[in-house]
Unconditional design. Structure first.
Length: 138
């Protein structure tokens, strides 16, 4: 199942329930993505901001850590629906798909957290790279 990505909108969400923005694939870019996502969720009046924020933080962190291709950005897309927020993070590294760590130690809890907070999550390929998505109840 391939997801259509839409053109970037303004960070204030004036597109009617959708936010899309590219960020540099750095820790600073991941932090900015999380901060702008939280602002957007507040603007939309989403109650489950903490759950969505944690999912965004994990997926953008994975994009920066495991999906990095030098010189390529990652993209964050939020889509607001009546009962959930869909989070999509796209990076340029299609050959590395995420998988929960069956025996996490001090690292590797991120996708277990996503599994716990989201009603579903998955990966879909794109022309260049992949998109990791999660659906978080509102």
């Amino acid at each position: 199942m391939k997801t259509e990505m839409t053109p970037a909108t303004t960070p204030t969400g004036e597109s009617g329930g959708e936010f899309t923005q590219r960020f540099s694939a750095t820790r600073r870019g991941a932090r900015l993505a999380r901060l702008l996502a939280v602002r957007q969720l507040h603007d939309w009046g989403v109650v489950a901001v903490d759950a969505v924020e944690l999912v965004v933080a994990e997926l953008v962190s994975n994009a920066v850590t495991h999906g990095l291709v030098q010189g390529r950005d990652f993209e964050l897309r939020l889509a607001l629906a009546a009962d959930h927020v869909r989070v999509e993070v796209s990076d340029a590294r299609g050959e590395r798909e995420p998988a929960p760590n069956p025996r996490p130690d001090e690292h590797g809890y991120g996708l277990l957290l996503v599994t716990a907070l989201a009603s579903g999550w998955g990966v879909c390929g794109r022309e260049v790279g992949k998109t990791v998505w999660a659906t978080v109840p509102r």
